[in-house]
Design a protein around this ligand. Structure first.
Ligand code: SAM
Length: 265
């Protein structure tokens, strides 16, 4: 029997994120940015937490690293294995939870997460796990969505319609440098931040909303929760399209994100 109070929430996350694969087209360039920012080198042991279809782990392997990936979603892991096989990359992808990493202490030179660990409900537990499996002197690096920008506001809007379970932290707090510094605490030194931008191609804000409904787990969950309340669903769609308008031009939604890098002491 599980003692994890968020077991049910994670089971629903596992189902919800299964539809994410089409959006990996847009996380693929971001993966290259994170690998460069983390200065991943050939021969290093690298872990990709919340790996989805494997974009970060596979990019690390292409840089010569020995990569592993972990994710809640078996459906996305099957994609990750197929993606790795296309270039004969030997990467172990396993099903698991960022809050209970199934690796010994100090097993990696680099621990990475791209828009992944931020969705674990208990940030203190997820970060403790990521730091536990990282060697002293190793690097932790992750990409996250700031609360004050497009995607952070999108997740806040979704949460205002479908609140997370009590005690679950808001994912975009992982995009606030002050919060990150506090959460990493004195387990790390040399914290550095860098901004980058995902350019999400779409025909209009309404097309963007439709794409989110088809590929982003928490949005899809909300749409199915509002299936019997079409007026509220319309209201959500309208509010999201209005938010997107601010960031939409020339068939691109500009989604700025934050990269963080630090060294384990
Ligand atoms: C936005 S997707 C990012 C996937 C991939 N890193 C990328 O950049 O394409 C979020 C991923 O986090 C995973 N995830 C969410 N909560 C998780 C948890 N508690 N433990 C491990 N993975 C989790 C989801 O299954 C999903 O694959």
């Amino acid at each position: 029997m599980t003692t994890d109070p968020f077991a049910l929430f994670k089971a629903s996350q596992r189902e919800a994120w299964a539809i994410f694969a089409p959006t990996a087209v847009f996380t693929t360039p971001c993966a290259a940015a994170l690998i460069e920012f983390a200065e991943v080198r050939a021969g290093e042991n690298v872990l990709d937490v919340g790996c989805g279809t494997g974009v970060v782990a596979i990019t690390a392997a292409q840089a010569g690293a020995r990569a592993k990936g972990l994710d809640l979603s078996p459906v996305l892991l099957a994609d990750a294995r197929r993606n790795a096989a296309l270039i004969n990359a030997d990467i172990e992808f396993i099903e698991g939870d960022a809050e209970a990493l199934p690796y010994p202490d100090a097993s990696f030179d680099v621990v990475l997460s791209q828009f992944g660990h931020m969705f674990a409900p208990r940030p203190d537990i997820a970060i403790a796990e990521m730091l536990r499996v990282l060697k002293k002197g190793g690097r932790i690096a992750f990409s996250t969505w700031p609360p004050e920008l497009m995607v952070g506001k999108l997740f806040a809007l979704v949460a205002s319609y479908l609140p997370p379970p009590p005690g679950a932290a808001a994912p975009p707090l992982w995009g606030d440098p002050a919060v990150i510094i506090h959460r990493l605490g004195d387990a790390v030194e040399n914290i550095e931040f860098q901004r980058d931008e995902m350019r999400f191609a779409t025909l209009s804000p309404r097309h963007y909303v439709a794409t989110m409904e088809l590929t982003i787990g928490p949005v899809a969950k909300l749409v199915s929760a509002l299936a019997d309340d079409p007026a509220r669903l319309d209201q959500f769609r309208g509010e999201l399209a209005k938010l997107v308008e601010t960031y939409f031009a020339r068939n691109i939604v500009r989604q700025s994100f934050l990269m963080t890098r630090a060294t384990r002491v």
